[in-house]
Structures are given as structure tokens and as C-alpha cells.
Write a protein that binds this ligand. Structure first.
Ligand code: 3H9
Length: 694
């Protein structure tokens, strides 16, 4: 066996050369892998191999280019040259695939003459999620194998397809059952057959039938663009991917490659991809807790309990049923329990990705009860009852009596003090916050809140469970509102004041929507319900919300809130009556009316959020700046192409942000304009919030 570079070896199995990549964790195409591949193909051919098998060691086939190399000085041979050496090899080249063949990894496999894969393997071109397009020929080769509609779908969604689907699409030539050895043997057998039968050295670039079907068909591309327009609003990469596939359909292969290269260059040097690549690593960093080592023993979670079968409780329970963990759901009375379970069933039935059989299988994992004593055999109990400290404390005191030793007791509170809740129990080390976002079965974010005494094992288990249920978990310490809602509160305060000064709800919402957020604060309040936490008996008419609620405006649910809603389509229309009510109220409170610019709206909504994020870091509530970004991207729809609020502030420039906060702070009151000392320090020293770590 020859070691070609630190991560690539060349082996011989009879006449067949076997090139093996071993570059943990995911066999990314780092420079030494490219070097090894270039040498490996050259040496295999020189050595007279009858065929060449390319295989990977470890958990996966190549999962893509090495993202950490983007933006660095190029080193080693280009991927393009390596691919040419493969495609033009004078003997059959067979890619043997297990795990995930993604991005540059799939693009390498597409340069082999044949592809053999384990039945568990997955395939995708997920570059779009990094603000990129496949820049190693994938945009031209994939449509030639799977056809234009499928390639458009895969490249603009980044989704992975399974081996059976890949076989059906012609993306792979053979599917193998079994383990890595079975794969290797199957690939060697394929190679022997290819040699014995003189099979052609099939080059994907020469295939024309499937792309020809879409040639000149502008309508197909226009229709596709329309289907993704809403979901991809603000993003550059999806459109650039479509243009490349259009080029694949309409241009000769080499010209298509040129289009791909030009558009790739534009994306990889642009700000969106820089933000999205940063975000990729930010999400993975969030999992690392400095004082909770990787090998911390986890609590074995065999059964979960959920207290409350309302929207939140039902949604939380679905997450566990989805991965096969049985759940005990406890409600106060049978009627509420049945209603809650009915909603869960409906949610499953409505989901297009759940078959009828899966609906039954998942529902069978949910056991309803009206007796908390049934939590006795649960390893984790999550309460989702009303947000009231006394209620939570009495619930936890009860759980303390019921739960078995070592069971985790979690609160889904969105802002209450976990330490105070834990004080109602005899085992604060087992108490933790697991804050799901609504709808809990859909939203990706899970804020995990550690109390003063929460044990490392409980923290590690909550974080690991988050990953298991396909959420992105971020750890926070205790403070009112934790990371996400504490930042949100600052924006809301300022948005409320802006409409008193003369901005309209529609203007504030539009500015934030145009920035890339899914909706502005007023549309959000209408969606949640204006009367959440509002009581007619105690309303003092002292806020705009009070007067709206008093006049019967409750938000989307009754068709009238800050906006008026079409009963059929739920489309929002700005309401002059509301604008007049706000104006009259503001004047009565002594606010001078003026025209507020869009720029001021943006700065006054976002800069207090940045300031609060910095305070959260300064207090050690969040571990790192990137964690704040992960919370805001996953929990509140901050546009990932702007990285997150901390990354965005750094891209605006901290000195500029600091100067503006000072300027606004001079004329506006409120703690949220009191400059964070950390931000001030970083701005002076040339530091960055998104790189800050406690
Ligand atoms: C591309 O290919 C461009 C080309 O078109 C052409 C260029 C010319 N690079 O996610 P995990 C690390 S763009 C570097 O926790 P999982 C990751 O940071 C690329 N590092 O594991 C983490 O490190 P750590 C297209 C990478 O099992 C560790 O691996 N490809 C890369 O949940 C484990 O990752 C993609 O976008 C990488 N490409 O999921 C695929 N990938 O342990 C991106 C991972 O220090 N990767 N790491 O925190 C993934 O989707 C998932 O990582 C994967 C494994 C599904 C592979």
C-alpha cells in the first residue's frame, strides 16, 4: 500500500487499483486529499491497473469541498484537474459510495465512469445552503443524469436523496446491501465485470438525452422560478443555481462549465456566502460546551413525559414520537387530552411527508393520561403549562415526588427563572429549561437553559436530544427571556415607540421584511394574538395594544389587529382606522408627529437588539457570539444570508453601530440604549461580536 498524502492511499487488489480517502470527520476535499487523488490516478494508470476503485474510509464518502478552505490561499492541485484525470482515465473508474456523497463529493463521483453505492447512502448538492452553487461541474453533470426538473429541485433545495431514488434516476449504477466490506467487494466485482465485458468508459458529460428534453423550454424554468420565489426571497444562490441548469440545458458542456465557473466565483466572493459559510460552522459550534466534555455520560432516554396537551405540549410530544421514543402526555381532564391528541393526529395527517401507516405508528407511541403519577417511568418530563411562576413551582414540587431518581425535569418556559423553579424540588441538578419555539414540531430552535446547579450530564443529554430530534440546540444561562426573547423585547419596545412618533405599523413591518425577516413586529403580534397576557378588567388604555384590544381588535384570529385580514385568504391590509387611533393616542400622550425614515426604523429596531446581544455575551448568558446568531436564525427567521445579528453588526462595523447607539441614546430613554461595555471595548480594539467567546 502506498501512502500518497496524509489522507490518501493507493492499494492493489489483483489488477484493480484501489484509492482510499481517509480524511476524518467527513472526508472533505482538503488540499492534501486533492493532492493524493491527483497522484493516485496518475500512479494507478502508470502502474497498469485494469480499473480503479475510489472509496472512502470512516463514516462517509466525500461530503464536499473543505468549507474551511474557502477564502484561504489556494494550495495543492485544483479539484477540476483531479476530476479531468478521473474522467479521462484510460481504464474504468468506479466510485464506491457510502454515507453521504455531497457537494464536491458527488461532483467527484460524477466524474467516475460508474457509481456503486450502499443502500443506506445519500446524495445531494447542498451548496445552495452555503450561498453557493456546485462549482466542480455538478451543475452540468447532475442534470445530464437525473434530468432538469430533478436537478433544479435538488440544487435549489439542497435536499439529499436516498440510494433507491438515485438508482431510479440513473445517478448510480448499482445499489448494494450490507456494510463497508460489502461495498468494497461489490465495487471490485463491478470493476472486474467492466474490464471483462469491455464496458464503455462512460462520461457523464457526453450524455445529452435528459438535458435535451428541456432545451429551449423557457416556460419550464419560469414555472420553476415561480415555485421557489417565496421560499428563496432575498437569497442569490438559488437563482444562480437555476441559471446554471438553464446553461446545462441550452449550451454545450464546456460552455455550461464556464457559466458555472463565473457564477460560482461571484457567489464565493460575495457577502451572502460568507455569512452562510460562517453560519454552517456557527451551528456546529453551538453544540460544544466548554465545561461539559464530549464524553460526559448521558441519561438514557427511553420514555418522555409531556405535561400539557395544548399546542405547545402536543408539538413537543410529536418530536419524540417522530424518532420512535414513546411519550406519556398528561392533561388536566379527558376532554382537553382528547382535543390535544386530536390536533396531533391532524398535524400528522396534514403532513405530506408522513404516510398513513406512519401516522398510526407515531400515534401509537403517544399515551394520554390525566394522572401525573404516570410520569413515574419517564426518563425526561417536559412541562408545558401556563407561564406562571407559582404554577410552575407547584408542578415541579409534584414532579419531584413522582419522577424516578435521575430523571430529567424540564420546563418549556420562555422567560421564567429556572433556578427558582428548581428550588421547588429536592434535586435542582436534574432541572433544566428546554424552550421549544412554536409550532414546536416545526421550528428548528431549541434553547436549552442551564440553572446554577444543573448537572453536566443533564445539560449534555438535553443538547444531544436536541440533535436527535433534528433541532438546533443552543445553551443559555438563566436571565429573563434567555437569549432569544430577551433580544426580541428590545426590538418590540422601540417598534412600539416608532409608531407613536409617526411611523406606521405597515412601514415598520415593511422595513424589517425587506431586510429579510419573515415578518415585522406588528404582523407578528397579530399572528400571536394581541390579547395574549391582556385582560379587559385590568386594561388601563395605556398602550396602543390596550386600545386596540379594548376596541375588539385581537389580531389575526378575529380578522382585526394592527391590520385588517381577509377572512378567506388571511391577507393583511393596513387599516387607516388603526393608524388614526394610534395617532390620536400618541398626540394625547404628547408625542410630536413626524415623518420617520426607513433607515431610522431599521436602526432603531436592530441596534438595540445588537446591544442586548452584546450584554448577553458580557454577562456570560450565551457562550459565544455565534450562539446568539444561531438562536436568531433558527428561532426568529433572521435571514441566514446576513449571518445573524452579531455577524451583521460586525459587517456594518462596530464603531458605526456604537456611534449610532450613542446618538439615539442621547435623545431616547430606555436601558436598551445604554451601550454595552463589551461592544464599546470590541469597537475600540477592532474586535468582532460574532467571534467573541466566553
Ligand atoms: C462544495 O462542495 C463546493 C463544491 O461544489 C465545489 C468547489 C470548487 N468541510 O455536520 P456534522 C465538519 S461546498 C469542512 O456535525 P453530521 C463539521 O464542521 C460543500 N468541514 O456531522 C464538523 O466538525 P466538528 C458541500 C466539514 O454527521 C464535522 O465535520 N457539502 C464539512 O451531523 C461533523 O459535521 C456540504 O455542504 C466540510 N464540507 O453530518 C456538506 N462538512 O466536529 C456539509 C462537515 O469540528 N456537511 N464538516 O464540529 C454536512 O451536511 C454534514 O456535515 C454531514 C454530516 C451530512 C456531512
Amino acid at each position: 500500500m502506498a501512502q500518497l498524502s496524509e489522507s490518501v492511499t493507493l492499494d492493489r487488489e489483483g489488477d484493480v487499483a484501489v484509492i482510499t480517502i481517509d480524511n476524518p470527520p467527513v472526508n472533505a476535499l482538503s488540499w492534501h486529499v486533492r493532492q493524493g487523488l491527483a497522484d493516485g490516478f496518475a500512479q494507478a494508470v502508470e502502474g497498469g491497473a485494469s480499473a480503479i476503485v475510489l472509496i472512502c474510509a470512516g463514516r462517509t464518502f466525500i461530503a464536499g469541498a473543505d468549507i474551511s478552505e474557502f477564502g484561504q490561499k489556494p494550495q495543492g492541485p485544483s479539484l477540476h484537474d483531479t476530476q479531468l484525470a478521473m474522467e479521462n482515465a484510460p481504464v474504468p473508474v468506479i466510485a464506491a459510495i457510502h454515507g453521504t456523497a455531497l457537494g464536491g463529493g458527488l461532483e467527484v463521483a460524477l466524474c467516475a465512469h460508474y457509481r456503486v453505492a450502499l443502500d443506506s447512502s445519500k446524495f445531494g448538492l447542498p451548496e445552495v445552503n452555503l450561498g453557493l452553487l456546485p462549482g466542480a461541474g455538478g451543475t452540468q453533470r447532475l442534470p445530464r443524469l437525473v434530468g432538469v426538473p430533478k436537478a433544479l429541485d435538488m440544487m435549489t433545495s439542497g435536499r439529499h436523496i436516498g440510494a433507491a431514488e438515485a438508482l431510479g434516476d440513473g445517478l448510480i449504477d448499482e445499489m448494494v446491501e450490507g456494510d463497508h466490506d460489502a461495498l468494497r467487494n461489490a465495487a471490485l466485482a463491478f470493476a472486474a465485470r467492466a474490464v471483462a465485458n469491455n464496458m464503455p468508459l462512460a462520461k457523464v458529460r457526453d450524455r445529452d438525452e435528459k438535458v435535451a428534453e428541456a432545451r429551449g423550454n423557457e416556460q419550464l424554468f419560469a414555472d420553476f422560478r415561480a415555485t421557489i420565489a417565496r421560499k428563496t426571497r432575498g437569497f442569490l444562490a438559488p437563482e444562480y443555481n437555476v441559471r446554471c441548469v438553464e446553461a446545462a440545458a441550452n449550451l454545450p458542456f464546456d460552455e455550461g462549465l464556464q457559466v458555472e465557473a463565473e457564477l460560482f466565483r461571484e457567489l464565493v466572493t460575495g457577502s451572502q456566502s460568507a455569512a452562510q459559510r460562517y453560519y454552517f460552522f456557527a451551528e456546529r459550534a453551538a453544540n460544544k460546551i466548554p465545561d461539559v466534555p464530549k464524553d460526559t455520560p448521558l441519561v438514557d432516554i427511553q420514555r418522555v413525559g409531556v405535561l400539557g396537551a395544548g399546542t405547545m405540549g402536543g408539538g413537543i410530544a410529536m418530536n419524540f414520537a417522530n424518532i420512535g421514543i414513546p411519550v406519556t402526555i398528561v392533561e388536566r381532564d379527558l376532554e382537553s387530552l382528547d382535543r390535544g391528541l386530536g390536533v396531533v393526529r391532524k398535524n400528522y395527517e396534514r403532513s405530506r411527508s408522513t404516510t398513513a401507516e406512519q401516522v398510526e405508528q407515531r400515534m401509537s407511541l403517544l399515551t394520554g393520561s390525566t394522572d401525573k403519577a404516570d410520569f413515574a417511568d419517564c426518563d425526561l418530563v417536559i412541562e408545558a403549562v401556563f407561564e406562571d411562576m407559582e404554577l410552575k413551582k407547584s408542578v415541579f414540587a409534584e414532579l419531584d415526588q413522582i419522577c424516578k431518581p435521575g430523571a430529567i425535569m424540564a420546563s418549556n418556559t420562555s422567560f421564567l427563572d429556572i433556578d427558582e423553579i428548581a428550588s421547588a424540588t429536592s434535586r435542582p441538578e436534574s432541572v433544566i429549561g428546554m424552550h421549544f419555539f412554536s409550532p414546536a414540531n416545526v421550528m428548528k430552535l431549541l434553547e436549552v437553559i442551564r440553572g446554577e446547579q444543573t448537572s453536566a450530564s443533564v445539560i449534555a443529554t438535553a443538547m444531544a436530544l436536541g440533535k436527535q430530534i433534528k433541532k438546533v440546540a443552543v445553551l443559555s444561562r438563566v436571565c429573563p427571556g434567555f437569549i432569544g426573547n430577551r433580544i426580541l423585547a428590545q426590538r418590540r419596545f422601540e417598534a412600539d415607540r416608532l409608531i407613536l412618533e409617526g411611523a406606521t405599523p405597515e412601514q415598520v413591518d415593511r422595513v424589517l421584511y425587506d431586510f429579510g425577516l419573515p415578518m415585522g413586529p406588528f404582523a407578528m403580534m397579530d399572528l400571536a394574538g394581541l390579547d395574549i397576557g391582556w385582560k379587559a378588567e385590568t386594561s388601563k388604555g395605556s398602550t396602543v395594544r390596550d386600545i386596540l384590544c379594548e376596541s375588539g381588535r385581537r389580531g389575526q384570529k378575529n380578522g382585526r389587529g394592527y391590520y385588517t385580514y381577509d377572512p378567506e385568504t388571511r391577507a393583511a391590509t393596513p387599516d387607516p382606522e388603526v393608524v388614526a387611533m394610534i395617532r390620536e393616542f400618541a398626540i394625547s400622550k404628547g408625542y410630536e408627529q413626524r415623518e420617520v425614515t426607513d433607515q431610522e426604523v431599521l436602526e432603531r429596531c436592530l441596534y438595540p437588539m445588537i446591544n442586548e446581544g452584546a450584554k448577553i455575551l458580557d454577562e456570560g448568558v450565551a457562550i459565544r457570539g455565534s450562539d446568539v446568531d444561531v438562536v436568531w436564525v433558527n428561532g426568529y427567521g433572521w435571514p441566514v444570508y446576513r449571518g445573524g445579528p452579531m455577524f451583521w453588526a460586525d459587517s456594518v462595523g462596530l464603531p458605526e453601530v456604537v456611534a449610532k447607539i450613542r446618538e439615539y441614546g442621547e435623545r431616547l430613554d430606555g436601558d436598551h440604549w445604554e451601550l454595552s461595555p463589551l461592544m464599546e471595548k470590541l469597537a475600540t480594539e477592532g474586535g468582532q461580536l460574532h467571534q467573541f467567546s466566553n
